[in-house]
Write a protein that binds this ligand. Structure first.
Ligand SMILES: NC(=O)c1ccc[n+]([C@@H]2O[C@H](COP(=O)([O-])OP(=O)(O)OC[C@H]3O[C@@H](n4cnc5c(N)ncnc54)[C@H](OP(=O)(O)O)[C@@H]3O)[C@@H](O)[C@H]2O)c1
Length: 366
């Protein structure tokens, strides 16, 4: 379904220049806020990625965005015409920037058309859909990457390294929170409040950054999770999704994590790790820009390991290195599947009102 051009979009004043001959041509599927404001402008900074085609349900947007990015008129596709990309050799890969509930269907269609897939987070709304996407990628012998940009962001990369080096000692406690207060809306107006398109809501959308941080900062998978959800009555925003999701994890090392995410409280995005010798404070932790990080302990210091803006092009570079040179994808479909298993465990625990025990791959034991 085509949506209007978001009001705050700044389209390029001149189409991007030509890229090297082995540049990977992408079809961008879904011309929404994230594609237009964040990712499409960043292709310019990637070494060998360019926008070869666009796919949208809004013909006016296809025209305006296509003109601004210099996309050939016959490479501007409607969703109905998507299958034709199979015979379009300008397109090597498909970047799926659709509402989450549509990721699996369009990724599988892209593989059927013989293209590689870069898919926005979260990978899908169920582990079963993630498994179907991975199977389709293998059948087509094409790459599948999940767009977890923090794995290419200097603060988060430095934090992973510091925690591996035990810069705060043995990790005991992790706390993450990703929250903002959503304005008045309803499922028919905003896909983020529709269960079919957004699952349970804030956890899949924003809290997944806390879930990811808890995993890559500890380097462990939880062995048990207990969780609770809340949905206020009589609020159209939460007719189908949760307002808050909170979970407590225990890791095999004995560390515990507390993850909170909300669509109904004032904005924050932090990750705190507390160890036997000190603490790592990331606040904001996983934003597009403006990250702050402080290591507390014997040698307390603020850290500024690089510009967070490189995360977008870094992600594209990893994907194109995989497509062209067979490089290892840092954030493969298997990682997206793992995360959906944990999300399912969180909801299962909240629903049952008891702790859920997990196998090392995130599957529920009981
Ligand atoms: N990595 C990150 O930091 C990050 C940040 C934000 C979002 N995301 C992810 O990116 C994806 C898109 O999010 P967004 O913020 O860009 O959303 P958005 O602004 O609402 O855009 C989604 C686009 O999807 C298309 N669409 C197709 N069917 C639709 C339907 N039934 N309802 C609404 N839109 C539909 C529309 O494009 P057309 O009008 O062109 O058809 C729409 O503009 C999500 O998976 C989200 O989780 C990631």
């Amino acid at each position: 379904m085509g949506q209007p051009l978001p009001g705050n979009v700044r389209l390029p004043s001149a189409p991007p220049g030509r890229k090297r001959s082995d540049s990977v041509g992408f079809a961008i599927v879904g011309l929404g806020g994230y594609a237009l404001n964040q990712m499409m402008p960043r292709f310019e900074q990637a070494e060998r990625a360019h926008i070869a085609a666009i796919v949208s349900g809004n013909p006016e947007k296809l025209r305006r965005v296509g003109d601004a990015y210099g996309v050939a008129e016959d490479a501007r596709y409607s969703y109905e015409a998507f299958e034709k990309i199979a015979s379009d050799d300008r397109i090597d890969a498909v970047y799926i920037v659709l509402p989450t509930g549509l990721h699996a269907e369009w990724a599988i269609r892209a593989f059927a058309a013989g293209k590689h897939v870069l898919c926005e987070k979260p990978m899908a709304l169920s582990s079963a859909d993630c498994e179907r996407m991975i199977a389709a990628s293998r059948r087509a012998d094409r790459k599948l990457m999940i767009a977890y940009r923090s794995h290419f962001e200097p603060y988060n990369l430095e934090a992973m390294k510091l925690m591996q080096q035990k810069a705060a000692g043995e990790i005991r406690l992790v706390r993450t929170e990703q929250s903002y207060r959503m304005g008045p809306t309803s499922p028919s107006e905003n896909w983020r409040t529709s269960r079919a398109l957004a699952g349970g809501g804030p956890l899949e959308d924003f809290g997944i950054y806390g879930l990811q941080s808890a995993l890559y900062l500890t380097g462990e998978m939880p062995e048990s999770i207990s969780a609770t959800t809340f949905r206020p009555a009589g609020d159209a925003r939460f007719a189908e999704i949760f307002a808050h999701v909170s979970s407590q994890w225990r890791f095999p090392s004995g560390a515990v994590a507390q993850l909170v995410t909300s669509y109904d409280s004032a904005g924050t995005n932090f990750a705190h790790v507390r160890g036997t010798l000190g603490a790592l404070i990331m606040d904001p932790a996983t934003s597009y820009s403006g990250q702050k990080m402080r290591l507390e302990g014997q040698n307390t210091r603020d850290l500024s390991p690089g510009d967070p803006a490189v995360q977008f092009a870094g992600q594209l570079n990893n994907f194109t290195d995989a497509v062209r040179d067979g490089a290892t994808i840092r954030t493969p479909g298997e990682m997206g599947l793992r995360d959906l298993r944990l999300i399912e465990a969180i909801y299962a625990s909240a629903e049952a009102g008891r702790t859920v025990r997990l196998a090392p791959d995130g599957r529920r034991r009981s």
